[in-house]
Design a protein around this ligand. Structure first.
Ligand code: GLC
Length: 368
């Protein structure tokens, strides 16, 4: 499989309730019947012997979700053609139980070791997270894209820092975020780093992730944290992941197999030309076997899994995208794995921002 290059396209092709109390991650009710955890897991429970009952329940309750992609993780919001319009929050809350909010904190923080987060930007993120939490959603906030940490070429408008402070900045960012969100609902989950890869080898990542977890735990002892393996969170690297004993961890995997289908025509993976359809038996097996390997890992290790990203680019034909989306969702749900689709309204998007409506065939493939 070709390495995934996370260099982002600058052009985005698509230019285009009740407030309920959740105790210990157990929600009394749900906004949308499509996303009930019962329906998602079809009664299948993942192994949870390494974590607390609350975190196990939370992992299952995440159910069906979607990513607010290309918005707050662009170098500057709007750089990738989409901003987090508050109207999207209602649109998503009506259909999904979980929102994953990727954020490029590292580009909105001091370039020095302390990485003091820019207050104006943080307030912007607070508003989005709080609006989602007020809809009784589960919300996953992460640190997304930090090109220097991976040895990647910087994105336009992403600034470089002294190599000596790259890692410590991330630790200090999480220390600040833990403090900032300490009082928020348990439905807010921290994902410590999106898709470690490149020069951040498994060994380097294992050592960094234990520092990130410690930084959060100094401030917030119980909030559920999500961490994933190297190789862009692909299940194939799960065995390399070393986790400190902590009962409130969920492990994230991403699934873009068959990659030559999902990423065809992507400007950041030019090796995959357009015209690939989906889904042959072989393609299905590629996807299913990597998830089965992850399930095997879950059974052995006892950390519940969350599928943080899957999706296909709009350069693929719609019939294939629909077939892929339904196939993928069925495989995850067969194993009781909650998911967040990549993504809402940009190149992989399931929502048409021009016509202000869901792309129905994709919405149905996800939820019906
Ligand atoms: C990863 C990247 C994101 C990209 C997606 C699909 O999440 O961080 O930028 O769009 O995968 O390739």
């Amino acid at each position: 499989m070709a390495l995934k290059n996370t260099k982002k396209p600058i052009k985005i092709k698509h230019l285009c309730a009740v407030l309920l109390t959740c105790l210990g991650g157990l929600c009394a009710a749900q906004v949308n019947a499509n996303s009930t955890p019962e329906k998602v897991s079809a009664g299948v429970r993942q192994a949870c012997h390494a974590v607390s009952a609350e975190t196990c329940t939370l992992a299952h309750n995440l159910g069906r979700g979607i990513n607010f992609g290309n918005m707050l993780e662009a170098p500057r919001e709007g750089d990738w053609g989409i901003r987090l319009d508050p109207a999207y929050i209602n649109v998503v809350a009506e259909k999904f139980r979980t929102a994953r909010v990727p954020v490029r904190w590292t580009n909105h923080a001091a370039p020095t070791a302390d990485a003091k987060i820019d207050e104006f930007f943080a307030t912007r993120v607070d508003k989005a997270l709080d609006a989602l939490l007020a809809k009784n959603m589960y919300v996953i906030v992460n640190t997304h894209h930090y090109s220097q940490l991976f040895g990647d070429k910087l994105h336009p408008n992403e600034y470089a820092v002294d190599p000596a402070v790259v890692e410590v900045r991330l630790v200090n960012i999480w220390r600040q975020l833990a403090q900032r969100y300490k009082g928020r609902s348990k439905n807010l989950v921290f994902e410590l780093l999106n898709e470690p890869h490149g020069t951040l080898t498994s060994d380097a990542w294992n050592s960094l992730l234990s520092k990130l977890i410690s930084a959060v735990r100094e401030v917030d002892t119980t909030r559920t944290l999500i961490v994933g393996p190297t190789y862009w969170n692909h299940p194939k690297d799960l065995d390399k992941l070393q986790l400190p004993a902590d009962p409130n961890l969920i492990v994230s995997i991403h699934s873009y197999d068959p990659f030559e289908f999902t990423h065809q025509g992507a400007s950041w993976t030019p090796q995959f030309p357009k015209g690939v359809v989906c889904c042959s038996t072989k393609q299905q097996q590629t996807l299913a076997s990597s998830i089965e390997a992850a399930v095997k890992w879950n059974k052995a290790k006892g950390y519940p899994l969350h599928l943080g990203e899957f999706g296909s680019l709009d350069s693929a034909d719609m019939a294939s995208r629909v077939a892929y989306t339904r196939m993928a969702r069925d495989i995850f749900e067969k194993h009781g794995i909650g998911w967040t689709y990549w993504e809402f309204g940009a190149g992989f998007g399931a929502y048409d921002r021009i016509q202000l409506k869901w792309i129905e065939p994709l919405r149905r493939a996800l939820l019906d």
